[in-house]
Design a protein around this ligand. Structure first.
Ligand code: ADP
Ligand code: MG
Length: 402
């Protein structure tokens, strides 16, 4: 599989209208952006295009409008924040398609920016209706996708539009995602260690199976460890066990053995009677949970064990928190693993975190800069790790193509 896609650097964009799909799906409250991380992340691509004399047309979705315009999902607060970040005026179109938007795109001069209203005010966006994609394509002369987080969905602005706009290339943010995730999976420095956790084995089984074919070691924490423990015949108390996945867990254990992958499960866990943190937790041996106790985190011995299995890693891919990290009393396992991984980058390892909650946990740990890459796309990064082809990536031109 080739992840090498043409990027904005291959684009001859001076004087051209460049339609850029960005991920400005930011939280807002009272008409203001409350966290501009995603806008900031798109600035390098926008700045680069502006410096090259392009006329930049920005399109994004925000929230989940129910098939029509809804003021609370307007991109207007984004315009205000974007103007502040770019230190320049940004033109505006009340609708992402149609004559007014086309006129606004044609009115742009070199080095100017236009922001379009929410793509998902049209249900045709998510349905990938060709006529709608064609209408979007009228706003640009070429196409850039810098929205990795929606690349796993074939929507009009991520896939459909590329049939009408050429060339179609990746922005810097997209390129970074493909570089880190792609290289980690395709040419990993070994040992390649994957750390998996989170709540459900059912949502992660494809990731587990795909990684089993690639990694040297697989460390498993989070609630899914208990489904594995059940498969091994250990007591699991009130822990979150997916009874219908016990057979699957058995199969994973067998596959790991057959493939020579070292599968490491926790030796202890934090036992509590209240997952919301209202009752204290205490470390117990992993097979010592009583019927009224739930395993809410991996224990201190397991953090040590995992750290020792990570110490010599050349590549680490981490998805899924080790425990209920949202509750401070049950965050130690996740933070301990974050710490163990955080020392590896400066030793030359590539360390990548994917998944919405996992990335949030790393950010919460204050050690985000000590990771090679935090993937911005929750669902998209998971599908990438599963080895799936992302339609929004597939649609972009391959490097080396004429
Ligand atoms: P990501 O978003 O990184 O892919 P998931 O969504 O799979 O991660 O899992 C995150 C959730 O898993 C968190 O809300 C966390 O509270 C929960 N979780 C982790 N360990 C446990 C556990 N032992 N019991 C119950 N929930 C858990
Ligand atoms: Mg999640």
């Amino acid at each position: 599989m080739s992840f090498a896609k043409k990027t904005v650097q291959h684009l001859d964009c001076a004087g051209k209208r460049v339609f850029v799909r960005v991920d400005f799906n930011v939280p807002t409250a009272n008409g203001e952006v409350t966290d501009d991380t995603r806008i900031v992340a798109a600035i390098p691509t926008i700045r680069y295009l502006l410096q090259k004399g392009a006329r930049v047309v920005l399109a994004s979705h925000l929230g989940r409008p129910k098939g029509g315009p809804e003021p609370k999902y307007s991109m207007k607060p984004v315009k205000v924040r974007l103007e502040r970040l770019l230190r320049m005026d940004v033109a505006w179109a009340d609708d992402c398609v149609g004559e007014a938007a086309e006129a606004a795109s044609r009115a742009l001069k070199d080095g100017e920016v236009l922001l379009l209203e929410n793509l998902r005010f049209h249900p045709e966006e998510e349905k990938n209706v060709p006529a709608f994609a064609e209408a979007l394509a009228k706003l640009g002369d070429c196409y850039v996708n810098d929205a990795f987080g929606t690349a796993h969905r074939a929507h009009a602005s991520t896939e459909g539009v590329t049939h009408f706009l050429r060339p179609s290339v990746a922005g810097f943010l997209m390129q970074k995602e493909l570089d880190y995730l792609g290289k980690a999976l395709d040419q990993p420095k070994r040992p390649f260690v994957a750390v998996l956790g989170g709540s459900k084995i059912s949502g992660k089984i494809d990731v587990i199976t795909a990684l089993l074919g690639k990694v040297d070691r697989l460390l498993i924490g989070g609630a899914m460890m208990f489904t594995f423990n059940k498969a091994k015949g250990l007591a699991t108390g009130k822990s979150l066990v997916e009874d219908d996945r016990v057979e699957m867990a058995k199969a994973v254990l067998e596959q790991a053995a057959a493939k020579g992958v070292e599968l490491v499960l926790p030796v202890d866990c934090i036992a509590s009677t209240a997952p919301d943190g209202t009752a204290p937790g205490a470390p117990v041996k992993v097979d010592a949970l009583t019927p009224d106790q739930m395993g809410v985190d991996i224990g201190p011995e397991s953090v040590k064990l995992f750290a020792s299995k990570l110490a010599d890693a050349g590549t680490v891919v981490w998805n899924g928190p080790m425990g209920i990290f949202e509750v401070e009393a049950f965050a130690a396992g996740t933070m301990g693993v974050a710490k163990a991984i955080s020392v590896l980058k400066e030793k030359g390892a590539v360390t990548v975190v994917g998944g919405g909650d996992s990335v949030a946990a790393v950010q919460q740990s204050g050690m985000a800069e000590k990771f090679s890459h935090l993937s911005t796309g929750g669902g998209a990064s998971l599908e990438f790790l599963e080895g799936k082809v992302l339609p929004g990536v597939e649609a972009l031109e391959n490097e080396g193509a004429a």
